[in-house]
Structures are given as C-alpha cells and as structure tokens.
Design a protein around this ligand. Structure first.
Ligand code: UT7
Length: 325
C-alpha cells in the first residue's frame, strides 16, 4: 500500500504585475529583477480574494481530477503564512467552501516550506490508517503582507495556490521519504514584526509598517542554498534511491540563482530542475504544489516517475520529499 496523489490542482489569480509596472512603483529596473532573481512577472489576487478563495479554487480542481466528492475528504491541511484571519483557521473556510463536511481541518505555518511540512504530516496520518483521504493545500496572498514601498521584497513575491489529494491506494505510488528541519535562531532574517501578540496592532505599528514582511535577503541566500541542497540529499538517501533515479527536482522558487546553485550542489543538470519563477515569483507555501502541477501538465513527469520537492523559508524552516507519482 502506498500513498498516491489522486488529484492535483492549482490556481493563479488573473491579474499580472510585470517588472515594467514595478519600475513605476519603486526604484528598480526590469534588468535588475531579471538578472538577480529570474522573475519577469507575478500574480496578484483581487481585493475581494482572500487566501481561502485561492485555496478553494485549487482544491476544486484537484477534487475534479481525483473524481471524488468533497464528503470523501477526511482531513484538510492548509499551509499558509497569510491566513484569512487569526482564527478560524483558513482550513475552516476551505472546508465550508468545498462542502467537505466530514473533514478534520487545520492550518500549519512553516512559511515557504509549509507544503512539504503538510505532506509529511498527511503521510503519517494516512500511514497510521486513521485517515483515508487528505487534502493538502499551499495557498498565499503574499501581496497583503508586502510593503509596496520596499524594493528589497516587493519585486520577489506573488499570490497563488496549489492543492493535492492524497490517498492510500494499492498502486506503486508513494511518498518515499520526508525530511524536515528548522533553525529558530535565524528567525529574524525573514519575519513580520507587528500585528501578533508580541507587538499587537496599534496606530504606531501600522505607521511604522511593522505588519509587512522584513527580509535580509543576502544572508538568507547562502543558508537557502545549503539547506535546500542538504534537504534534497537527505530525502533521496532516506528514500533509498540516488539522484539518477529522480526524474525532476522541484525546488521552491525564491531566486533562480538559488535554484541553479542547488542544482549544482546536487550535481544535476538544469534540465532536471523545474523552473517557473519567471511567471509567478515566490508564492511561499503555494510554490511547490503549483510547480508540481505544471510539471505534470507540461508532461515533464508522469505516473511512476520520482520527483523531489524541496523548500526553504521563514522560521527558518526547510524540508524535502521524494515522491513516486
Ligand atoms: O523564500 C525563501 C526565503 N527567501 C530567500 O531565500 C531570498 C534569498 N535572497 C535573495 O534571493 C537575494 O538576496 C535578493 C534577490 C533578495 C537580493 O539579491 P542580492 O544579489 O543578494 O542583492 P543585495 O541584497 O546584495 O543587494 C545588492 C544591491 C544593493 O545596492 P547596494 O547596497 O549595492 O548599492 C541593494 O540596495 O541591489 C540593491 N537592490 C535593488 N536594486 C534594484 C535591492 N533590491 C533592489 C531592487 N532593484 N529591487
């Protein structure tokens, strides 16, 4: 018995924000953004769209592909750092939107690594036998926590959602391994200082723009390369396979230079590393499921292939999963 992705779906908001438009908003250039990050454009949710709305769109597509009814889902895990509200959890809004009335639901906050954390949790829930069908979603409206006056961060981020339905089946498919890690000591390299219980929202926290994401990109860069390369290697080792067995590495898309450096450290050519950063930028927890869906849709991977999902983000957190599709 293995765990199979019986349905996958993603949703990207229609509105495209190009580098040329960003040139009019902050002191930046298309040339800087393209050469330093690989990003050309990103998607921005409508004012009326919250994270759960994006998640519901992606989940509905996954449910349709899986050909199941929402009542069959017995757990929903939403990975997000941009929840609709402090509470109820975003997963509660998703449950309501899908009519998945038999599901236990919760959110996890592991930033860009959230989807990898979510699939690791889902894997154990399924292997234990208590749950049969688990929906895991990575969904973000990062545009809501972006300081559109800060060129260090605003050129990097975008909105989107990706969802998978995982089920125990008697096929060959399986989540072969999951590896997770974290370092809370470096949490101040990427965080939102205001609005939580440490610095509750006041006029001053808002005036000081403390409810927006702060990032020390340069310091994160080196840690990201090491953590992602190490995580991918560990997941491959735990799965009892080698890099040669892997059809495609699907890395978190924070910066094309990080992705290239990770590929180099793993000793795999760029043809074996999936890239879509040019279209969507960094969509945090939504990045890896969106990329997996695209890789399948574009025919880069098919049933029976092994992929390695790997991510790194705020917390700091990191992780990887080797999945036989
Ligand atoms: O999602 C997971 C967590 N996030 C990451 O892993 C992000 C990791 N970091 C990065 O991707 C890169 O560090 C960045 C893309 C954020 C920045 O690239 P960089 O090559 O590390 O640039 P830098 O921070 O060293 O800045 C170089 C210069 C600076 O100017 P000075 O001090 O050399 O005059 C910045 O002020 O580039 C300047 N700069 C910009 N210039 C034009 C920073 N942002 C911009 C911008 N447009 N948008």
């Amino acid at each position: 018995m293995g765990i199979e992705i019986i349905g996958i779906g993603s949703y990207l908001p229609e509105k495209i924000l190009t580098n040329a438009e960003l040139e009019k908003m902050v002191d930046t250039t298309d040339e800087w953004i393209t050469t330093r990050t690989g990003i050309k454009e990103r998607r921005i949710a409508k004012d009326t769209e919250a994270t759960s709305d994006l998640a519901i769109h992606a989940a509905k597509r996954a449910i349709k592909k899986a050909n199941i009814s929402p009542e069959e889902i017995d757990a929903i895990i939403v990975a997000t750092i941009t929840p609709d509200m402090f509470f109820p959890s975003t997963a509660c809004f998703v449950q309501k939107g899908l009519g998945a009335k038999n599901a236990a639901v919760f959110d996890i906050a592991a930033a860009c690594s959230g989807f990898i954390y979510g699939t690791a949790i889902a894997k154990d829930m399924l292997k234990n036998g208590t749950y049969k069908t688990v929906l895991v979603i990575g969904a973000e409206t990062l545009s809501r926590i972006t300081d559109w006056q800060d060129r260090n961060t605003c050129v990097l981020l975008g909105d989107g959602a990706g969802a998978v339905i995982l089920k125990k089946t008697d096929s060959d498919s399986d989540i072969l391994s999951s590896y997770l890690g974290a370092d809370g000591n470096a949490g101040d390299l990427l965080y939102i200082p205001g609005g939580g219980s440490r610095n509750p929202a006041t006029h001053k926290t808002v005036d000081d723009r403390l409810h927006y994401m702060k990032m020390e990109g340069n310091k994160l860069f080196k840690i990201a390369v090491r953590a992602m390369a190490d995580s991918a290697k560990k997941a491959i080792e735990l799965a009892g396979i080698t890099c040669d067995d892997v059809r495609l590495i699907i890395p978190h898309q924070a910066n094309i230079r990080i992705v290239e450096a990770v590929g180099k450290q793993l000793g795999v050519p760029m043809e074996k590393v999936f890239l879509n950063i040019q279209k969507y930028g960094n969509t945090s927890a939504a990045t890896t499921p969106i990329a997996l869906e695209e890789a399948i849709y574009e025919g880069k991977v098919k049933k029976g292939d092994i992929v390695v999902l790997v991510a790194f983000g705020g917390g700091l957190t990191w992780g990887a999963a080797a999945i036989k599709l």
